[in-house]
Design a protein around this ligand. Sequence first.
Ligand code: SAH
Length: 255
Amino acid sequence: MVHFVGAGPGAPDLITIRGKKYLEEADVIIYAGSLVNPALLDYAKKGCEIHDSARLNLDEVIEIMKKADGENKMIVRLHTGDPSIYGAIREQMDVLDEAQIAYDVTPGVSSFCGAAASLNLEYTLPDISQSVIITRMAGRTKVPEKESVEELAAHGATMVFFLSAGDIDGLQKKLFSAGVSKDTPCAIVYKATWEDEKKFKCELQNLADTARKEGITKTALIIVGKVVAGSGYEKSRLYAPDFTTGYRKGTDQKD
Ligand code: SAH
């Protein structure tokens, strides 16, 4: 059996309890070495076979899984953050389905949640934005035309850019041409929750300069939107004194 496990954003204690248990029990671990904190491998039992998938292609990963499963071994495929976000798990699952190898998924804390925590940020502030757009710049992987930076930016929602730190200059230009105002608050979070985490806030007009000055070219998220400033929002209705809910009588209700 293969357990796909979300490793969390970096700090080794941000893996889930279930994920940690699978790591402790695994006979074979295949981990995404380019992004997963190797400290997580300390949870592996003695004699566990460990592979870094950064050095492997899909066929090689699958071969390791097939061989181990044939020997009735328990396999953990450890992906950074949550496996459902840019995790390339579908293609692995499809081959496992074909080979009739059982698998399941243990979610993880995605880096966009780790980054929000590092910034003490709420992505969804009433009256500012109630949506978070998770996206990326096109690179070697294409992005559908309707999901171009320009199209998505038109919503004015909070945006989180994965896999785009290599071209922050290009990102800034695209946001400008989408009409996003120059003073829009932005943040760059490098290696959120890792010991060497770095975080910067700036305005859109300084985004590329900030990244250049700080030498950020990878393993970073770029957050764009007024929520980064954390001001000018409406308080939630849920906790408003005059708001009655199924659990609480508000001051709007007469006896
Ligand atoms: N599944 C992962 C994302 C994998 S794609 C998740 O849920 O977080 C890899 C990209 O994620 C990186 O290029 C970077 O943009 C982002 N990323 C992953 N870990 C990060 C971290 N700790 N801090 C900032 N960005 C991170």
